[in-house]
Design a protein around this ligand. Structure first.
Ligand SMILES: Nc1nc2c(ncn2[C@@H]2O[C@H](COP(=O)(O)OP(=O)(O)OP(=O)(O)O)[C@@H](O)[C@H]2O)c(=O)[nH]1
Ligand SMILES: [Mg+2]
Length: 135
């Protein structure tokens, strides 16, 4: 699982010093945390969990490079109506992108702001296909 995705992420790493942020989005129980941990294991990334101001994010950074910005983070799915999830994503992702650029001259100077996004869908959960298409 995730091997094709891992090679895509590794190609996206860019040159040293470049900041790369990838956000995993999707419904609750879609498999985001599972995918994130698997990518950490297979890709040799350090796995950290840290609370953010307005959401819990699980973050990965390059092993042995503690000062580098996070590579992958998850926006946990919520057991809430799709409309609420949309407004949450709209409100919080730009804010995170702003934080990402802090101290670096603003978003215009951060080539990866706003973050790349991976939308995770549980292909076995056909009952929620319609719901996940609305998020
Ligand atoms: N059979 C199977 N189960 C899976 C797979 N991926 C995840 N799961 C299971 O699905 C459940 C939810 O997975 P999570 O990775 O926690 O889902 P999530 O998207 O992070 O959920 P939230 O954080 O609540 O939004 C767990 O019990 C996993 O073990 C998979 O590929 N196959
Ligand atoms: Mg999760």
């Amino acid at each position: 699982m995730g091997e094709g995705l891992l090679s895509v992420i590794q190609r996206l790493r860019g040159s040293p010093g470049q900041e790369l942020r990838i956000v995993l989005l999707g419904l609750d129980n879609a498999g985001k945390t599972t995918l994130l941990k698997r990518l950490a294991q297979e890709g040799g990334f350090q796995h950290q969990e840290r609370p953010l101001a307005r959401l819990q994010a699980e973050r990965l950074g390059h092993r042995g490079a503690a000062l580098r910005p996070p590579l992958l983070e998850e926006v946990p799915g919520q057991h809430r109506p799709a409309g609420e999830r949309r407004s949450r994503a709209a409100a919080e992702l730009p804010q995170q992108a702003e934080g990402c650029a802090a101290g670096r001259g603003g978003a215009a100077h951060c080539p990866f702001c706003p973050p790349r996004q991976i939308y995770v869908i549980d292909s076995a959960d056909q009952k929620r296909f319609e719901e996940t298409g609305q998020v």
